[in-house]
Design a protein around this ligand. Structure first.
Ligand SMILES: [Zn+2]
Length: 183
């Protein structure tokens, strides 16, 4: 089963070389596109199914300001029906990477190789987003309180049983026979 792991993109892809911006001086900026259409490991406890978007990196006096929006997709469980689904959402990014490193300015910093690592920032932002209740779809019917069956799968059989399903109340077949006898 080692094959699945080998398809993971290296975290290396989440590192951006920005040395040229540092030497360029305040005010210089550069747009960077990110397009990772396959699974990428962000941290030991977080994989994304895909990541895409564009960021603008701007040199400021304190370091490198990163702004933009990323389209994120990750596998998670629906909070209503408990089924796995790909949760896709947009993440707004606005963060300063200090240079030189300064905890009073930002917890993030440009490293000694002139690189910034987006992974810790992504992990923090995604885990905040994922801490909220999320459903697989707006009309997810959830689980039956009585049987625990996923009601999303029940929908079709209810439609098939259409003639007996009237305004939310099924007619008991025994009563239907009684009704026939009364005629
Ligand atoms: Zn659901």
């Amino acid at each position: 089963m080692g094959g699945a792991r080998s398809s993971y993109l290296k975290r290396r892809l989440l590192r951006l070389q920005i040395g040229f911006l540092l030497s360029g001086g305040p005010g210089n900026s550069k747009a960077v596109s990110i397009c990772l259409p396959q699974r990428v490991q962000v941290a030991n406890d977080l994989d994304l199914e895909s990541l895409a978007g564009s960021l603008v990196l701007t040199r400021t006096k304190e370091g490198i300001l990163i702004q933009g929006a990323l389209q994120v997709s990750l596998a998670r469980e629906c909070d209503r029906c408990l089924e796995a689904f790909d949760h896709a959402f947009e993440l707004s990014v606005a963060e300063l990477f200090a240079s030189p490193s300064d905890a009073n300015i930002s917890v993030f910093s440009v490293d000694s190789n002139g690189e910034i690592d987006l992974a810790p920032l992504l992990r923090e932002e995604v885990l905040i987003k994922e801490s909220y209740r999320t459903v697989c779809r707006a009309d997810c019917r959830g689980l039956s309180a009585e049987t625990g069956i996923n009601l999303n799968h029940e929908e079709e059989s209810l439609v098939v049983a259409g003639p007996h399903f009237d305004g939310g109340e099924a007619i008991d077949p025994r009563l239907a026979i009684l009704q026939q006898l009364l005629k």
